[in-house]
Ligand binder design. Structure first.
Ligand code: AP5
Length: 217
């Protein structure tokens, strides 16, 4: 599959993307995960991105496009990919179209995950993430808790809250989403490739996305 996942922070993009990769070996490409890894490793990209991320603002388009131009040409993308958290602005979407055209890649469609705001706020304050860079499993203290001593069930590493999960940063991320990312819904609707999914149960959503993929083939 070759799809884009759109949705507000906390809509469940990461959770749905991980479940989808299990179905056909497509790779999840999360710009958030790439940036967090760069921050942890102290790379030049990480140093430039950190302040924006901690404040809940978007990292400049030029930084993101530099990463994604290279990432989309890597070997593992040939099996298929799920873009999680990218594109995030209209300029990123326009640039992505050019890259895909150059590479001769056609998207199946764009998935928009619709989740009520109160559910999102609850999910973001109760999310926990595995600290292991190789694992980064997503948990939720209410719906999918880690072990009782806050360890990852998959790899045993500690499970923590992300740096951008302060109340202030969450409010800023939601407002950034409304201003800069939600216009992408109209952008892809006009292109005729948008599919909306009300997503309260991630497994059910994955089933519906699979169904839509099979129907389109
Ligand atoms: P990023 O990592 O992309 O964060 P985000 O979009 O804010 O999305 P989240 O990861 O917070 O949420 P999600 O939708 O993946 O939800 P999840 O599955 O975890 O970006 C972080 C930062 O990096 C940005 O703020 C920006 O600074 C920068 N950045 C990244 N990409 C960029 C770009 N392209 N351009 C510029 N800057 C960029 O689920 C949330 C919680 O809910 C979890 O606890 C989960 O267990 C729970 N949950 C999920 N689904 C369900 C369900 N069905 N039922 C119950 N609980 C559920």
């Amino acid at each position: 599959m070759k799809i884009i996942l759109l949705g507000a922070p906390g809509a469940g993009k990461g959770t749905v993307a991980r479940l989808l990769t299990e179905t056909d070996g497509s790779v999840q490409i999360s710009t958030g995960d790439i940036l967090r890894a760069s921050v942890r490793e102290g790379t030049e990209l990480g140093k430039q991105a950190r302040g924006y991320m901690d404040r809940g603002e978007l990292v400049p388009d030029s930084l993101i496009m530099g990463i994604m131009k290279i990432r989309l040409q890597e070997e593992d993308c040939k099996k298929g990919f799920i873009l999680d958290g990218f594109p995030r602005t209209i300029p990123q979407a326009v640039e992505l179209e050019k890259i895909l055209e150059t590479l001769g890649i056609k998207l199946d469609f764009v998935v928009n995950l619709e989740v009520p705001r109160e559910v999102i706020l609850d999910r973001l304050t109760t999310r926990r993430t595995c600290l292991s860079p190789e694992c980064q499993e997503i948990y939720n203290v209410k719906s999918n808790p880690p072990t009782t001593d806050d360890k990852c069930k998959k790899c045993g590493s500690p499970v923590m809250q992300r740096d951008d999960e302060t109340e202030e940063a969450i409010i800023r991320r939601l407002s950034t989403y409304t201003q800069k990312t939600s216009p992408l819904i109209g952008f892809y609707q006009r292109e005729g490739i948008l599919k909306n999914f009300v997503s309260l149960d991630s497994k059910e959503t994955v089933g519906k996305i699979r169904e839509a993929l099979n129907k389109d083939r």
